[in-house]
Design a binder for this molecule. Structure first.
Ligand code: CAA
Length: 388
């Protein structure tokens, strides 16, 4: 049995460097995230001050090489980072996850030299990126999007609306998907790199959400936004394939976020069970509580191991569509199950905002919805497993 540095005794062997990253992120979270997590949730305040701090630690461009301002880390280190941030605050986890895996990674993977030089140093150093795929009528079915990009000389003119754009309020760089051929479904979609100060580009106020309230989600309204051709990411018509491959990596990040939430539920429940006394003994002395803790520990360990396995497969250059969906589905269900049990163990106290488990329960739910609902993950896993 080895220790992964989280004090959980998992059998997964992290390298020295990966363990150092875990300790660094934990120290950061203890110092800068834990003290504000409840307050920014209540106030729906975006933790802008911590974006720059995370960037200074090299945690906002982890999958980008150093020559573009990133830290050139592997995907397992990245998963460990998102897990540890989310253990303190799931909003911080998704803010970092979107910037790293949905924006900086694809710009490096599919971008031209000009695009890499123009966008990556900013994204790695405190600027923020957002991924604009979902629309009011196209959530689980992004190929049904209505945004259009019509060619006009050396430019494209984009019109459309996007919804639920995480980081949208503070982002300056957007990957925006639009149809260059509206008669086609997925083959007509192209990805564009946009700045938020382009003429005709509008953002809504942040949505009032159940959970991850400090990670702002906005709508975007584009009215005749003129975009020069050099801002196409990849090739015209390749946008859907890019979107799906990016989401394969993004789902590992959301899986890691869910592991962090699951671990936080377990940590708080163990602590509470040791302190809370009823019938003349701590509630942790009751087998009913011990069995809940055992199930929570089992789910957290299995979720963590699958997420690290998916991340390691990405590092090995494998096709991760199936394992990323398995890891995300399993981890998000572990987070939700653990959150429900953590509230139950805390009883009436768990139902109040005085205890963090109430926030964990609201935050856990989104991991079963974004970057592909649990139903979509099951569809992907079934297709990949059955070869359909
Ligand atoms: N990896 C790589 N390629 C993939 C892929 C994957 N996971 N899924 C599909 N593709 C490819 C297919 O191989 C196919 O390629 P060809 O053109 O060569 O045949 C092409 O994409 C089209 O595939 P489908 O015919 O299967 O497409 P579809 O329209 O039936 O949709 C789907 C498939 C799996 C349901 C997909 O639409 C999907 O994943 N939906 C969920 C969308 C989602 O996750 N949205 C999240 C929004 S972003 C977000 O949430 C960010 C945030 O806030 C934090």
């Amino acid at each position: 049995m080895t220790d992964d540095g989280a004090g959980t005794g998992t059998a997964w062997q992290l390298s020295e460097e990966q363990q150092l990253i875990r300790r660094t992120v934990r120290d950061f979270a203890d110092q800068h995230v834990d003290p504000i997590a409840a307050e920014i949730d209540e106030e729906e305040r975006f933790p802008q001050e911590n974006v720059k701090r995370l960037a200074d630690l090299g945690l906002m461009g982890m999958l980008v090489p150093e020559e573009y301002g990133g830290s050139g880390a592997d995907a397992v280190s990245y998963a460990v980072t998102i897990e540890e941030l989310s253990r303190s605050c799931a909003s911080h986890g998704v803010i970092a996850s979107v910037n790293n895996s949905l924006v900086a990674f694809p710009i490096h993977r599919w971008g031209t030299d000009r695009q890499r030089e123009e966008f990556l140093p900013n994204l790695c150093n405190g600027g923020l990126g957002a991924y604009a795929l979902s629309e009011p009528g196209a959530g689980s079915d992004p190929a049904g999007m209505k945004s259009t990009a019509e060619r006009d000389g050396d430019s494209y003119v984009i019109n459309g609306q996007k919804n639920w754009i995480t980081n949208g309020s503070h982002a300056d760089t957007f990957i925006y998907f639009a149809k260059t051929d509206p008669d086609e479904r997925h083959r007509g979609i192209t990805a564009f790199l946009l700045d938020d100060d382009m003429e005709g580009f509008e953002k809504s106020q942040p949505e009032d959400k159940m959970g991850i309230r400090a990670a702002h989600s906005v709508s975007l309204m584009l009215d005749d936004v003129e975009v020069p051709e050099w801002r196409i990411l990849g090739e015209e018509g390749q946008g859907f394939k890019i979107a799906m491959q990016v989401l394969n990596g993004g789902r590992v990040g959301i899986g890691a976020q869910a592991v962090g939430i699951a671990q936080a539920c377990l940590d708080d429940s163990v602590e509470y069970a040791d302190q809370r006394e009823q019938f003349g003994q701590t509630i942790g002395d009751f087998q009913a509580i011990q069995h809940k803790i055992a199930d929570m520990a089992m789910k957290t360990e299995s979720a963590r191991n699958l997420v690290y396995k998916a991340a390691a497969a990405k590092d090995a250059g494998e096709d991760v569509a199936r394992i990323a969906s398995i890891a995300k589905l399993n981890a998000s269900e572990a987070a939700m199950d653990n959150a429900v049990e953590a509230v139950q163990i805390h009883g009436g106290n768990g139902y109040s905002t005085d205890y963090d488990v109430e926030r964990y329960m609201r935050d856990a739910k989104i991991t079963e919805i974004y970057e592909g609902t649990s139903e979509i993950q099951r569809t992907v896993i079934a297709r990949e497993t059955m070869g359909r």
